[in-house]
Structure formats: structure tokens, C-alpha cells
Design a protein around this ligand. Sequence first.
Ligand code: ADP
Ligand code: ADP
Ligand code: ZN
Ligand code: ZN
Length: 756
Amino acid sequence: MAERTITLRRARTNNLADLDVDVPRNRLVVFVGVSGSGKSSLVFDTIAAEAGYQLNETFPPFARNRLPKWTRPDVEHIEGLTPVVVIDQRRIGGGNARSTVGTVTDTWTYLRLLFSRLSRPHLGESNHFSFNEPAGMCPTCSGLGEVVVSAVERFLDLDRSLADGAIRLPGFGNGGYWYSQYADIGTFDADTPLRQWSRAEREALLYGGRAAAKLGRKPPKEYEGVVERFERIYLHTSDSLSERKQDTIRRFTKAETCPECAGDRLNKAARTATVLDHTIGEMPRLEITELAGLVRTITSARVAPVVAALTARLDAMITIGLGYLTLSRATTTLSGGESQRIKTVKHLGYSLTEMTYVVDEPTVGLHPTDVESVIELLERLRDSGNNVLVVEHDPAVMAHADQVIEIGPDAGAGGGQLVFQGTFAQLRDAGTPTGRALARHRPLKLAPRPATGHFTVAGADRNNLRHLTVRFPTGVLTVLTGVAGSGKSSLADELLAQHDATVIDQKPVSTNRRSTPITYTGIAPAIRKLFARHNHVPAGLFSANSEGACPDCKGLGVIYTDLAFMDGQEVVCETCHGRRFTPEVLAHTVNGLSIADVDDLTVGQSIVQLPDEGIARALRQLTAVGLGYLCLGQSLSTLSGGECQRVKIAKELRQATRPTTYVLDEPTTGLHMNDIDTLLHVLDSLVEQDHTVVVIEHNLDVIRQADWLIDLGPGPGRHGGTVLFEGHVADYTGHPTPTCQALAHTESETRSPAGH
Ligand code: ADP
Ligand code: ADP
Ligand code: ZN
Ligand code: ZN
């Protein structure tokens, strides 16, 4: 008989503390716990990693190289695994400009099939409608829909003369390789600012050719204008480009809609054939809801299976609240939450069972009213016979779980244990960090802080915005709300375009693996001095590039082996076992800790155990944003998006010298209810330093604490884009809008004495 659970014994990945747990199969299981407690270490780094690793082992080595690489987890015993599918929030398609909502959901393939069977005139095979294939692609843009052209307006500084560096391109300045081709040919006046030249002279400089011939002074025969030369060297070349050249291209070119196909990506024949009076360029630009209605009117029996498959996919997208998107939308412009839901649609179409779906915070980017449809989606995955494991902080999702598993009790070394396993109702009485947080309730802000002034975003009509004029109060916390797709990000982008403001996003703090809290806060010299003081030896001894360093790995702790054409390997140095220093240096201690032990201290422990006020002061900026659980030696590249964002807030708290406007997009992502308190304190600290804070947020606890609320809607896409409410959150009552109803709903729920 098949085992009914996924069984783990003595899991030790990251902070997991010899964890034993039995996860029920064919159930919707939600993993909860404070941020950094070990949920991801269990679900992603242990269960998914082992399943992925074992599955890879069943493939021949050649195929294995093309599969995602899994690091085998540290766990003594694990059984009951099934093939795993990870649905995370990584953006789809990477930087691939050709990837659209249509291509990643396969709907574009079905649409092409429809056109190849039904189009007028008839063109034949479906590759005639594919922009990825020569038979269908627009010859001008190779199917990209965009062409890269010189951004000529950036080439010249009109206030300078050639001799002063009027040509901004590298290599064209005075003394540069190309300079004499312009300054020394006798055609141009090298000492007069370009603004004082005639238009014809400037044209000749840029474009050569006929413009140059028209000048009385005849340029040399083989004269090449600056634009011509730039395009020959940088754009019309098949040489592989160095990083520097690519950077130059980024600076001096721009993407423009292809002049031939106007962005439809297809050649003329494919562009003009129609089905139901729509071209294949027009159909993907319809909203999915509208497209589904249109496709349903196709009655031809010949294509019935295609129509059925296409409408099933389109309907699935509508169900999960993405009906406002279009198939032509580039996946690179989707938000993380939208990307994740699109990935889910793909799997709903499959009939595989006994899979393990591992889902990372599916409610990100979702208004409370949209969360219901996501829950439905997860339940459908389960009901088709799969294991569904979800890491989530939203109580609405926990409430639908067959079982809730809490990892904790605290973050980092204070977590990694199983603290609760049972139903949601039991969790509310469990007295665990999550159980207690569920019982608590954050009230509406009744005394909002007064604004110090305001600024206006005027005439905003980006994407779906309906020519809005919106006032933002300064010196307070403003929350921007509305269902997904209502226009919040568009309004925030418009704010950034019209005013001086800083985005605090969730992108990595540093891509350098050697960047740690120590390097980030700049306390390395202070630590070395502390050790020197306590042991009466020179501070230089504790530097990883001094004579105190392990001679074999030169203080790196690892040895890098280059394996020619295979991936390079990093192995822990056998001499120092990764401790980076000689035994003599390691014998010097502070409070019983060696210099290598310092790496394993958390930020919070360090403040207590390293007796130095300078070090403590620098580290407190991290505890202030709730990151006291990070280890000093932990690579910042291991931080989650939310953690990166808080590191950046810490930096602004320390560095910003004048009042600044900050814009944050869903800062509660990845945060446990307890950590949301910390976040609110941090945002308050920004406001107390006279800064203006604007956050896009769905979390009701944050919305309730707003000094000012701007609610957009009512619906997504063209059903949104208007302002529904501007004012104090306590005054937002009695409106039939999604946000107002969500606020009222939770208010009444918590006022009733028994929550369960
Ligand atoms: P959660 O998912 O509950 O927020 P994680 O499993 O991501 O927690 O992290 C648990 C602990 O393990 C944290 O202290 C975190 O800093 C640490 N950690 C996570 N990933 C790594 C890693 N790759 N290397 C070292 N420590 C890690
Ligand atoms: P929100 O932030 O409220 O979720 P957005 O401002 O991201 O909403 O989107 C508002 C509308 O504009 C949606 O219909 C969305 O599909 C559309 N949209 C957003 N970004 C783009 C883009 N880069 N190109 C085309 N449409 C976009
Ligand atoms: Zn084209
Ligand atoms: Zn070594």
C-alpha cells in the first residue's frame, strides 16, 4: 500500500533542528511561521530539493545537464516523495523579449492553429503564423516586434565643441581613436560649440553621405558620419560584444516599434489574414475575457478540439482573476504575483496526478477579494489527486488548509522546529507565534498624522489610468490600494516620472556572494581592532589577506577547482576546514569566540557578545528592521526579496539627509503577521524623520495604519483606473468597493466575540 505521508526524519538544512515531520499526501498543506523560521528550508530546500534530485538521477547524464540543478538536502531519512513542481514568483521568461502571456500559456499555439485552419485567405501550416519561425516572422525585426535604433539625441552635447568632447560616444572624444576623423579633416570647426553650427553641418557630422556632400567644403571620399560609424561598429556586427560595448549600446540606443509590422511580429501575409474579422495581431490584444467570448462563437466542427483547448486555458486565466490581461503582454512586464498565477494555469491543464506542487506565497499582489480564486485553484490541484504544499502568511489561505504546519518558534537558530501541526481552528488556540498573531487585531488608525504639505500627480494616463489627478500628502504614510490590475503600479510609476522619489524594491542588495552583514555595515575593521585589543596583537593578523590567513586557501575558506569545460567546483579548504585562519590566529578569542566564530553569530547575538559600541551601533540598523536573526557571515545573496527591501530601508534610515519620498511595492511580501508590526515601525521611523512614504499594499493590517488612503478601481484593466476614495482610512465606510468591503468584513469578524 502506498504511504500516506511524506516522511522526514532529522532534517538539518539551514536552520532546521533535526526536524521530524510527516506531511499528509493528497492534501492542501499550508506551512506557516515567522519570517526566517525555516519554512523555505523545509519545503523548498529539503522536500522539493530531494524530489528534484532523485528525479534528475533517473535521467541519463546528458539530459541531466539540461535539468535544473538541485543541491541534495541534509536529511537522514525521507520517503513518500513524488515528482515535484515548484511554482514560485520568479519572473517568467527571464529577459526574453519574445515571451508573452500567449506563448507561456500555449494559447498562442492554439490561436495559430485556428488561423492556419480558418484564416482568409488560407495560408497553410501553422508555422506561417509563428513569429519564432522564418516562415512567419517579420523580416525587418526578426519577429521581435521592436527594432533597436540609435538614440541620436544622446550622441551630441551641443554646448561643447568637438575639441571639448561634443561627441559623447566612447572613442570619439578629443584624443580618442575616431576623433581625428572628424576634427582634423578640415570640414568642421573643431573649436565652436555645435549649437552654433548650421543644421546642415550637424547633419553632415552625424549622417555623412548626402548631407556631407551638400556642404561646400568637400569631406574626404570615404567619410563616414558618426551615426553610420556607430551603427557599423556596434549594431551591424556579428562579432560577440564585450561587456563595455554592450553597455555603450544600452546607453546610446533605444527600442522602437518595428516600422514594418507595427509590433505584430509577423510578415505581411500572416498579418493581414483574418478569422472572425480579426487579424492574428488584433486577437492577442483583446482582453482575455473578450477573446474568450469571441472564440466561443466559432462553430466549425473541424477545429472543435482546438477551440475547446483554447477556451479552457482562457477560462482558467479568467477564474484566477487574470481576465484583464492580454495574450500579447510581454511576460517581462508582469508582476511576480501575475507570473506565478500564469504558471499555475499551465499546470491546471495537465492531467498528471500524484505530483507534489510546492507553491510560494500565492497571494502576493492580490487584493483580499482575489484571494478566494487562488484558493479555489489550489483546491482544484489537490482534487485532481496531487499534494499541494503552500508557504503562506495570509490567514485566508490557512483557513482553507486541510492541515497547517508551523515551523518556529523564532527565526534563525531560534527556529527550525515543528511547533504545531493540525487544523486552522486548532492553530487559533495553539499559543504559538502564528496562533497568537491570529488572535490579535490591529485597530484602524483613528488619529492620522497631519500632512506637512502635498504634491500632485497630474494627467496620469499610463496603461489603464483614466487621466487622473491625484494629491499625495507629504510627511505621512499613504497606502495605495485596489484589486490586482486596477492601476496601482501605473500610478506609482507616474508619481516617479513626475516627482523626485526613491523606490525601495525587493531586488538583491548585492550579487556578490562575498557580501555579508559584516561588509555591508562596514564593521570588519572594528571587529579586527576589537580582537587585537583583547589579545594584545596587531589587528592585521585578523585580516583574511594577511599572514594570519590560512596559507592554502588564502583566507577564502574554499578552494576553487576549474574543471575546464564543466562547471567549476568550490570545495571547503581541507587545511582550515573553512575557518580561513591559521590555528594560532583562531586561538585568540573575545568572550570565548574566535574570529571565525564571529561569522556564525547572529546580528542580535553580536550586539550582546561583541563588547564594542561602534559595532553595536552599526548592527542596530539591522535589528531595527527586524533582521536581527541574520548571521554575520551569511551571504547577502541568500536573502529573500522582503529581507533585501528591509536592508535597503535600514540604509535610507541611516543615510537620507533631507526629506525624501519613498515608494514601496507590497513590502509585506514574505512577512509573518508578527513581522508586519516590525515593518510598520520601520515605515513609521521613516515618517518620523520627515520623509513621505507611499506603499502599494493589500495587507489589511497595513491599510488600517495608513494616514492617507488612495483606493483605485473598481475592477482590473479597463474596468479600473479611476480613484474610488482619497482620505483617512477611518472615513472609508459604506462604499460598495472591494477595499471598503474587505475592511468592513474583517472589522465585523473581529468584533464578534468568538472568532471560531
Ligand atoms: P522562512 O522561509 O521561514 O522565512 P528560511 O527557511 O528561508 O525561513 O530561513 C531559515 C533560516 O535559514 C534563516 O535564518 C535564514 O537566514 C537561513 N538561511 C536560509 N537560506 C540560507 C542559505 N542558503 N545559507 C545559509 N543560511 C540560510
Ligand atoms: P496594479 O498595480 O493595480 O496591479 P497595474 O498598474 O500593474 O495594476 O496595471 C494596470 C493595468 O495596466 C492592467 O490592465 C495591466 O495589465 C496594464 N499594464 C500594466 N503594465 C503594463 C505594460 N507594461 N504594458 C501594457 N499594459 C500594462
Ligand atoms: Zn517587424
Ligand atoms: Zn584554508
